[in-house]
Design a protein around this ligand. Structure first.
Ligand SMILES: [Zn+2]
Length: 247
C-alpha cells in the first residue's frame, strides 16, 4: 500500500536505509505480525514493530500487569498495574504510532485455538515465557507454513532462532523435550529480554522486506550479556522431528 505524506516523514530515517527503501516500508505496511506474549520480550518486540510501521500488529496475552513485571516489561507502567496487558500495551503503542492496526487478543494460547489465531498473520514472534507455549507456536506455525522467531531468556543469558517452516530447523528439532518444570520464578535482568526482543523484531522486519539471507534460520544465537559473549551455532533439521520431520 502507498505511504501517506505523514508516513513518508515518520519513517524517513529507515526509508533512506538502502536495504529497506520506500518499497520495504510499503511491505511493512502491508504485513501483519503476531506478538505472542506481552512480557519482557514482547515489550521491546511490540514497541519496535509498532514504531517501524508494521500494518497490523496482533497483541496476545491473557495476564494482567503486576508490580513485579515492571522491572523488565517496559511496555507497561505503574499506573497500569491490575490492567490487562493487551489494554496496557495498546495504550502505549497507539500513542507511539496510531497508523498501526492493533488487534488485542486477550486469550491464552491453547492447542485448540493456536492454528485459528496464528493463521491470520504473515510472521509470528514468540515472546512467551514457557515451553508449552513455544511448542504450540512451533507446531501451529509449521502446520500453517508461517515463519516465526522464538526466544528465551534467563538472568543475563538468552537464546534465539528463526524458523521458516520446512525450509529450516524448527524449535522441536533443537529442543526435543522441555526441561523439568520449576515452581520458582526465573531470574531475569530487565535489559536481557529487551536485547533479545530487539533482535526478534529485527528478524521480523528482515523477513518481511525480503532480506532472508542473514536470518537466524538454521542457527541458534546464544548470548551472555554478563561476559558479553555471542555465539551463532549452526543447527540442522531433524528428519525424525515430530513437528517438521520428513519421516
Ligand atoms: Zn522440526
Amino acid at each position: 500500500m502507498k505511504l501517506s505524506k505523514e508516513e513518508l516523514e515518520r519513517y524517513n530515517r529507515q526509508i533512506i536505509a538502502v536495504e529497506l527503501g520506500e518499497k520495504g516500508q510499503e511491505k511493512l505496511k502491508d504485513a501483519s505480525v503476531l506478538v505472542m506474549g506481552l512480557g519482557g520480550l514482547g515489550s521491546s518486540v511490540s514497541y519496535y514493530l509498532a514504531a517501524a510501521g508494521i500494518g497490523t500488529l496482533g497483541l496476545m496475552d491473557m495476564d494482567v500487569v503486576s508490580l513485579s513485571n515492571l522491572q523488565r516489561q517496559i511496555i507497561h507502567s505503574t499506573e497500569q498495574v491490575g490492567k490487562n496487558k493487551t489494554d496496557s500495551a495498546f495504550d502505549k503503542l497507539s500513542k507511539l504510532n496510531p497508523n498501526v492496526n492493533y488487534k488485542k487478543i486477550n486469550k491464552k494460547l491453547t492447542s485448540k485455538n493456536a492454528v485459528s489465531i496464528i493463521k491470520n498473520y504473515d510472521f509470528v514472534v514468540d515472546c512467551s515465557d514457557n515451553f508449552n507455549a513455544k511448542y504450540l507456536v512451533n507446531d501451529a506455525c509449521i502446520k500453517e507454513n508461517i515463519p516465526f522467531s522464538v526466544g528465551g531468556v534467563r538472568g543475563f543469558e538468552g537464546q534465539l532462532m528463526t524458523v521458516i517452516p520446512l525450509k529450516s530447523a524448527c524449535y522441536r528439532c533443537v529442543f526435543s523435550s522441555p526441561p523439568p518444570p520449576s515452581d520458582s520464578p526465573l531470574p531475569v535482568v530487565g535489559a536481557t529480554p529487551g536485547f533479545a526482543g530487539t533482535i526478534q523484531s529485527m528478524e521480523a522486519i528482515k523477513y518481511i522486506i525480503g532480506l532472508r539471507e542473514g536470518l537466524l534460520t538454521n542457527y541458534l544465537l546464544i548470548f551472555d550479556l554478563l561476559s558479553m559473549s555471542f555465539q551463532k551455532i549452526q543447527i540442522k533439521a531433524n528428519d525424525k522431528c515430530p513437528a517438521c520431520g520428513k519421516k
